[in-house]
Write a protein that binds this ligand. Structure first.
Ligand SMILES: *[C@@H]1O[C@H](CO)[C@@H](O)[C@H](O)[C@H]1NC(C)=O
Ligand SMILES: *[C@@H]1O[C@H](CO)[C@@H](O)[C@H](O)[C@H]1NC(C)=O
Length: 381
């Protein structure tokens, strides 16, 4: 045999071995393969259309790994209209009734008081199960679904000189911005004066000129600013201040409108001696002065309603509220932190200095002229 044919022979043998190993491994995975989720759901098919909302089950579905302890119930949403005629096996299912009000952009679940999630998710059908297509999105929605009520104080605005915002209109625009961010995989929450208005008055403070949202740094998608600049958005970019590392802030407006402007703050982890002690967002002055607005650590999330639109708000953590019995989702502590003990009184916007009036603001440095060329960007559009 020539050297060349020996080589070919050896190569052929190796190839066969590789193929055999591949076939073997494949058969092994299918032999041990777990029940497919579709099969399991078909077996458990309920009589009426239900929504699969069990977060553990949904996590399994992500990998199509449906080894499910059959003694364990899983959670489904049953529409209130099917409440009476539903013949659902409650030994198998943990039933949560829900409603889908026409005039609102969220579903309401009768669980833990009330939970609400945006309608903005698609489902696919497996028998009579409606299963969220984008499981991660639904899980993120449900994690933030605990409903928290606003206070609705009557404000004395007899001397209000000028209203810049109308609550329903501004909330509608803000909800469209929220949707764009959700579609990018971001989960923004109300911030600053917009939290104050929602909690105190259940609306937008009429004499403020803009609305504020924040998103955590690890959830922020820097490519969003590019998308907006490329015109691939219903919104336009007005300002981009600061650095992605510790101080980014975007200001947008909805195309075809001048007001409200919406600030999107990136919220950063505030570390002290290697541990997380607070969060902060940034502000930047024309002269380069940098500010930081600090917040208590927040977690978990709650959901709020502003003129029939759902928005997320933060809940105050127990450790921030000393000597006070902790009420989950109590926004009051956060407001006290930012606006002081008299947060419930109206404060004219023209007397409110963005870089001074807040109780939680401090100067943290200054950008040089050179840095300002990169980090203080205004757009004409
Ligand atoms: C961080 O460490 C310094 C020096 O050890 C100490 O003075 C300071 O109180 C610590 N801060 C916090 C928040 O623990
Ligand atoms: C706040 O900003 C204004 C300009 O917008 C500036 O004149 C003033 O010095 C700033 N105040 C503080 C406390 O930084």
């Amino acid at each position: 045999m020539s050297r060349r044919s020996v080589r070919n022979l050896i190569f052929g043998i190796i190839l066969q071995v590789v193929i055999l190993v591949l076939i073997y491994n494949n058969s092994k995975t299918s032999r041990y393969s777990t029940i497919s989720c579709d099969d399991l759901l078909n077996e458990w098919n309920p009589e009426v259309l239900v929504l699969l909302i069990d977060l553990n089950f949904l996590e399994n579905l992500k990998t199509d790994d449906c080894r499910w302890d059959e003694t364990k119930k899983f959670k489904i949403g049953v529409h209130v209209k099917d409440k009476d005629r539903s013949i659902i096996d409650t030994n198998r299912f943990n039933v949560v009734l829900y409603d889908s009000p026409d005039n609102k952009d969220f579903l309401e679940f009768n669980e833990d008081g009330k939970r609400i999630v945006p309608k903005r998710f698609e489902t696919r059908r497996i028998g009579n199960f409606e299963v969220p297509t984008n499981i991660q999105r639904f899980v993120e929605f449900y994690k933030r679904s605990k409903f928290v009520e606003c206070l609705g104080l009557e404000m004395d605005r007899k001397r209000l000189k000028r209203a810049y915002q109308n609550g329903p209109y501004s909330s509608g625009i803000l909800s469209r911005f929220r949707d764009e961010l959700i579609d990018m995989g971001m989960y923004p929450y109300l911030n600053g004066g917009t939290v104050l208005g929602w909690y105190r008055e259940c609306t937008v403070i009429p004499h403020t000129r803009d609305m504020d949202l924040a998103v955590f740094k690890e959830n922020f998608k820097p490519e969003y600013a590019e998308k907006v600049l490329n015109g691939d958005s219903d919104f336009g970019l007005r300002r981009k201040f600061g650095m992605l590392e510790d101080s980014l802030e975007l200001t947008v407006f909805m195309k075809g409108t001048r007001r409200p402007l919406i600030d999107l703050f990136v919220m950063y982890d505030g570390m002290e001696n290697g541990s997380l002690t607070h969060h902060y967002v940034s502000g930047l002055n024309r002269d380069g002065t940098k500010y930081r607005y600090t917040y208590p650590i927040y977690d978990p999330w709650c959901a709020a309603v502003l003129h029939d639109h759902i928005f997320w708000v933060s809940c105050s953590p127990m450790k921030q509220v000393k000597h006070i019995f902790w009420v989950p989702c109590d926004a009051k502590e956060q407001l006290k932190h930012e606006y002081g003990p008299l947060w419930y009184r109206d404060h004219p916007t023209d007397k409110y200095k963005w870089n001074k009036s807040g109780k939680n603001v401090k100067k943290v440095g200054k950008f040089s002229k050179e840095e300002m060329k990169k980090y203080y960007l205004k757009y004409k559009n």
